[in-house]
Design a protein around this ligand. Structure first.
Ligand SMILES: NC(=O)c1ccc[n+]([C@@H]2O[C@H](COP(=O)([O-])OP(=O)(O)OC[C@H]3O[C@@H](n4cnc5c(N)ncnc54)[C@H](O)[C@@H]3O)[C@@H](O)[C@H]2O)c1
Length: 255
């Protein structure tokens, strides 16, 4: 307990799934958590629950794609506690498994903006705040789709590869300033990310190249299993882990 005592963390996508579990776990470890999401209702419920347990959490709504929302999120953390020690870029969206031949500009731009541009804008802001306060830790939620070519469509796959590249660049460039930046290559988690998606409409190519091999996945995880890795990476226990991408997938990528 208290592995993040006196730290302030900003967690994006905290209204659901992995982000929600990360926010709860960080708060349980003594962290002051700024929970953000584009939807307000799940945040009010989360904050009410966590603060009723005597832990510290506030929320701010916003879209990670919009620079003015990003500015408000970081300002909220600094306005509340005077600092920002940890950023978790967790908010993300899936594509529709389209291979590049079927990919629309709209899908490409949407996925790249939420999964890459938003995290970059938050990192840009957070790094400058962390440089002022003497360091910090950034955790980017990527995917095993960012290490392989056959776990999602072309847009999602490209976006998570890009996020891993941004992680390595940031970890390397600011290592001497006390800022660590790492990525989590998560495997399948039981969350809402594919809610309502009609898998029966996938093309024969996608069925053969992505869905059939997915049977090699041993199991899906409870997102808290991945949240524990985010806690380790955010904490001082990971002091020598920087620019790294750590896989948490139950062994799927080992196939
Ligand atoms: N679920 C999986 O199997 C899986 C596997 C690997 C990686 N991931 C990654 O884990 C992360 C969390 O996903 P999840 O599975 O918990 O999904 P989720 O859909 O349950 O939660 C994502 C949250 O992000 C928020 N969000 C989405 N776009 C946003 C935006 N533009 N601005 C602000 N908030 C936004 C949503 O409102 C939602 O609350 C994502 O980055 C995802 O790519 C998920």
């Amino acid at each position: 307990m208290n592995r993040l005592q006196n730290r302030t963390a900003l967690v994006t996508g905290a209204g659901s799934g992995l982000g929600r579990d990360i926010a709860r776990l960080f708060a349980a470890e003594g962290c002051r958590v700024v929970a953000t999401d584009q939807h307000e209702a799940p945040l009010t419920e989360l904050v009410a629950q966590v603060t009723s347990e005597g832990k510290e959490m506030m929320y701010i709504t916003g879209n990670v794609v919009h620079q003015e929302d990003v500015d408000r999120m970081v300002a909220a953390a600094i306005g509340w506690t005077g600092r920002l020690d940890i950023l978790v870029n967790n908010a993300g969206i899936m594509d529709a498994f389209d291979p590049v031949g079927d990919l629309t500009d709209t899908m490409w731009e949407k996925v790249m903006s939420v999964n890459v541009t938003g995290p970059m804008r938050l990192m840009r802001k957070a790094v400058n705040a962390m440089l002022t306060s003497g360091g910090g830790s950034i955790v980017n939620v990527a995917s095993i789709g960012g290490l392989r070519g056959g776990r999602a469509g072309a847009a999602y796959t490209s976006s998570k590869h890009a996020l891993i590249g941004l992680t390595m660049s940031t970890g390397y460039m600011y290592a001497k300033q006390g800022i660590r930046c790492n990525a989590i290559a998560a495997g399948a988690m039981s969350t809402s990310i594919m809610e309502g998606f009609d898998f029966s409409k996938l093309s024969p190519l996608v069925q053969e190249r992505i869905m059939a091999p997915a049977a090699t996945n041993p199991r899906s995880s409870d997102p808290v299993e991945v949240a524990r890795l985010a806690l380790f990476l955010a904490s001082d226990e990971a002091s020598f882990v920087n620019g790294a991408t750590i896989v948490a997938d139950g062994g799927w990528i080992a196939y």
